[in-house]
Design a binder for this molecule. Sequence first.
Ligand SMILES: [Fe+2]
Length: 299
Amino acid sequence: MTPSGTPSGTPFSGVGVGLRRPHLAQVAALKASPVPFWEIAPENVVGQGGTRHRQVMQILERDPVLTHGLSMSMGGFDAWERDVLDNLRGFLKATQSPWHSEHLCWSSFGGANTHELLPMPFTREAVQHSILRTRQLQAELPVPFLFENVSYYAELGAAEMSEKQFLAEVLEGADCGWLLDINNVYVNSRNHSFDAKEWLEGMPLHRVQQLHIAGHAWFEEDQLVIDTHGAPVIDPVIELMQWVLPRIGRAVPVLLERDNDIPALEELLAERAALQKAYDVALDPLSVSGPGSGGSSRG
Ligand SMILES: [Fe+2]
């Protein structure tokens, strides 16, 4: 079963890369896409002008793109402004992204944006609120909506359920897709002392439409893992990706995120290629369309 409204047999697969500002000029100048797909945040394009905007539009016209939003504060209370929704809808139509994702978190309150991905309280009231907000946003979008699980370092107030139960209830109640950030699961498992595979077992993996993978930092002094997106992906996270892919049972696309200490494009593409090999090995019995291919196209 796939979430209602989610296209089955999506052509997006393989390992893509988050398109970042330092690489725009170089990527725009290429003759062909060096990746199966990019992921791009509408906040980095909509309303922007000049050279950067032109470069992004060149890339959008040439390459497959998935979209991932950063600022809708899905679990918050601030109403979305009409022009923000209109711009997002226009951006999604222009990119032809088959879905749009946001984090299940809150980031603004009373009109003030913290620019942080703050965790939801794991309460029944927050489940119902998140379901309502997800349905409200879905009704505004021309494509299916997915939400992403976040990393968190402290629980917000007294929990009435586990994070796992919270996420599962929102996914089911909102009947939406899941952008499973495998690094966030790993980071949370280290910081909150649970087994990542046990956590994933029993989750509604049939709702996963996309994965995120990223690097993090380990602070020995504080015995804390921070989701920095500032280093290469470590082997245990790659192994977790390989463990979960066959359990999802479909060649869902995986997106490599890098937001800090961004390396040269060539280095990032080399990491992508290594992840693609791991992806192909994990999905080999499912007949992925050839090593390194990704097999993506728009559609
Ligand atoms: Fe992510």
